[in-house]
Ligand binder design. Sequence first.
Ligand code: BGC
Length: 752
Amino acid sequence: MKKSLIILSLALVAACTSKQVALQDRLIVHDAEINAIIAQMSLEEKVEMLHSKTNMSSEGVPRLGIQDIKYADGPFGIREEGVPNGFQSAGWVTDSATYFPTGSALAATWSKELAYKYGTGMGTEARKRGKDVILGPAINIQRLPVGGRTYEYFSEDPVLTAALAVDYTKGVQDAGTAACVKHFALNNQEMNRGSVNVICNERTMREIYLKAFEAAVKEGGAMAIMPAYNKVGGFYCSENEHLLNEILRGEWGFKGLTVSDWGGTHSTMGAALHGLDVQMTGDTYLGPALIDSVKAGKVPESVVDDKVREILRVRYAVEAIPADKCNLATASQPESRATAYEVATKSVVLLKNNGNILPISKDVKKIAVIGRNAVALTQSGGMGAGVKSVYEVTPLEGLRKKAPAGVEITYAPAYKDYLGMFARWRGPEYLAQHPEIAAEIDEPADPDMLAEALAVAKDADLVIYFFGTNKSIETEGSDRIDIKLPLDQERICAEIAAVNPNIVGVMISGGPCELTEINKYASALVQGWWNGLEGGNALADILYGNIAPSGKLPFTFPVKLEDSPAYALDNYPQKAEVEGDLFGNQYRQDIQGQKKRPMGPTRYPATAYYSEGSLVGYRWFDTKQVPVMYAFGHGLSYVDFEYANIQTKKKKDLIEVSFNLTNKGTMDAEEVAQLYVHRVDATVEWPVKELKAFDRISLKAGETKKVTLTLPVSELRYWDESINDWNLEHGTIDILVGSASDDIRMTTNIAI
Ligand code: BGC
């Protein structure tokens, strides 16, 4: 009896310590049944499961009653239904979804709780649409300020990204849908994304670029992974033994399915032998050619069985929804819309607020809203990630709706819309018929539009100037050329300032822009993001002071692009010929009925050397002492917060850091407290400081709370290339706690 108790408690201890593995092990509970199914299947039936059936599905086992797997694009709203073999709209009426704030906006909340709710909302709406796998979250590190997918990705920091990725994934999966975490791995640029070969040392890869994927798999239990388009260390991600078999499956214990990015499979033998389960789209490689390879004895049939098993594990874990039980009504749910609003309110970042011009004073009776970004819809565009939103409240609508009684709002667009290359391709006739569309990104302001804007500005007590990019400028498939403000927006602001100096600038974008000029003219600056279907309401609540701003930047705003690491080290843009985007050609052909352009092999493949190592984002600016415009983690409130009385406690393998946080203001507010570490006597090279923990704390006016941040000692380890494993360096570390990476309020230290 005693002996069995001991065994039981040992088993429990083992179960607790291997809790992370247990999440992946949930996928293998039906393996016996699955193996019995595989034993009944012909080779042809098995291979039929390993490639697309339609543009967004892969085959089940019809003879045995096993349903297809249905995929849906995320990551910030379930994408509308497309025609079976492409991306064109299927013209449904039940597929309007909730448009959630995009990735960098979610990240600006620094809230795991909101990431979870967001994931739940996505998962629930996917179920309403009968979808099994959401192609999201998208969690690559924002290495380049110009990155085309900065708005989809979360942050330049792996700890923030990992925390949000875990909870987003859990949320999606707790709602009964599988999350397909993408793009694995090192997809940090869009230029030549279909062929660029990333060369990155193993330590940087593990500590910076793979960390969030590892967390999503081990702590989030992600059931699916999408290998990226690019190569890493010479091999395409969809056939990368090191990434897919050694690390993902071997080290992290991943038991689910891998599905290539669309058009990102490149060979039969490579993909079959080195870790890809499903080719999306087409069957060129994991179709008839694979059957031949098995028959010729080049690929063991057991390899095919392994793939089928991984797919069936996900099929068993996610309940298939019969066609008559889904798509009955609009997918968008009220709870998701409430989450989208909450995320939006907590993501808005107050960058500066000279003379407390915000919140808008009661004395302001006439507001001039200037700038097309105040009315531009942001739910779609950007190529893949777009949502047919059930509605979208623009900033202008939000400001009008929530304006206090007696406040008048006038609007002038001031600058044109810009459709990117789509504008040019449509030709001069189209542009002549659409004078509101600019042919070029740097087209000078139209004199009539400028005059109208100045007249509106002159006549107002306050100008809210909306500027920034749009989804033709920041888009999948290409990076920006620079981070300058487009469409003459700086000059327009300067001219407005000459007639009315009371300017609040609101930037609507997914990534950073150069703000030196605008900074001269705007008293307050706000980062407003692409903030989902409730974005306009949320922004208005912040500007009118109904809610105190509490967003914090998930990436650095450099003073200028050239300061950022990949540029400073001349690692980007690579000096290779820019090819047409691997997927963009197919996509445009589909959507616009354009002539097919060949997706031929790249003649001059580019290599991206990540020679800045782990000095990505603020790690670079801090360590190299390069001044920035707005630092990582920065974000003001309408109140001041006081940090006091820091204490540390070490409990076994956990460091607890506690302190008192007080809201010194007269309104309720939230603060994101951040904990960074600095190694004092390290022999290994480290960035000058690194984020290790954070928490969002809500405080009533005048309230003080004791906050405790925990830091597992294991989080202080580094990837030791000499032993090919994590290693801990003993010594002293400074613990820095504060309101931003450049606003550290308290420091203490601890011996490790
Ligand atoms: C993107 C993926 C997306 C897929 C399907 C690709 O171009 O990189 O993120 O899920 O298309 O739309």
